[in-house]
Ligand binder design. Structure first.
Ligand SMILES: Cc1cc2nc3c(=O)[nH]c(=O)nc-3n(C[C@H](O)[C@H](O)[C@H](O)COP(=O)(O)O)c2cc1C
Length: 171
């Protein structure tokens, strides 16, 4: 699968089959995060893989009862191990770095025939308590991973290219 095919076929999946995710596939997905770019190549991140049933149930509750979090065989919790560095452009590096790594993982998962759903709706403190994550660590994102039991919604809801792109000067 080419990168653009993964980009254009990926959809958020909120229904999962019981099948486990094969270790080789999980390793490839995590390797995609390891190889992702980061500001100054600092790689201040940690990716926590959760498969345990009871922990997934707790994570679903921490994600404001999004039931599919319990259903998916794997949730990956993407953490920043330093959240202080501000880039010369004025943006915090950690949210950008970790989001790139998560995007790479999600695209690799798509290539491997797996479904994912990015999670931003969760209570960070509750997630940290459940997973023994130290206070200074930030949980930037989580995503569910597993074999899809639904098609996902078709991409009808994207803005037109001319509404989101301009050339040479801001319009
Ligand atoms: C930063 C971010 C946070 C999101 N949080 C959630 C979430 O908590 N729960 C959920 O069901 N979907 C969540 N989504 C998925 C979006 O709703 C979804 O990507 C969007 O509706 C477009 O649909 P698609 O992914 O199928 O193309 C999130 C996506 C992003 C990028």
């Amino acid at each position: 699968m080419e990168v653009f095919e993964a980009i254009s076929t990926r959809k958020s999946i909120r229904k999962y089959k019981n099948n486990e995710v094969e270790d080789e596939k999980l390793e490839r997905i995590l390797e995609s995060a390891r190889l992702a770019p980061s500001a100054k190549n600092k790689q201040k991140w940690k990716f926590l893989v959760v498969k345990n049933d009871k922990t997934r149930l707790k994570l679903a509750e921490a994600a404001y009862n999004q039931k599919f979090v319990e259903e998916a065989p794997v949730t990956i919790v993407a953490c920043a191990t330093n959240s202080e560095y501000i880039m010369p452009c004025g943006q915090y590096a950690y949210t950008v770095d970790v989001s790139i790594a998560v995007s790479f993982m999600i695209l690799e998962a798509t290539e491997l025939g797996l479904g994912t759903c990015w999670l931003g709706a969760f209570n960070e403190n509750t997630v940290k308590e459940i997973l023994d994550i130290p206070e200074y660590i930030r949980v930037v994102a989580m995503f569910t991973l597993g074999y899809a039991a639904e098609e996902g919604s078709i991409k009808t809801s994207r803005k037109n290219i001319e509404d989101v792109v301009c050339f040479e000067k801001y319009e």
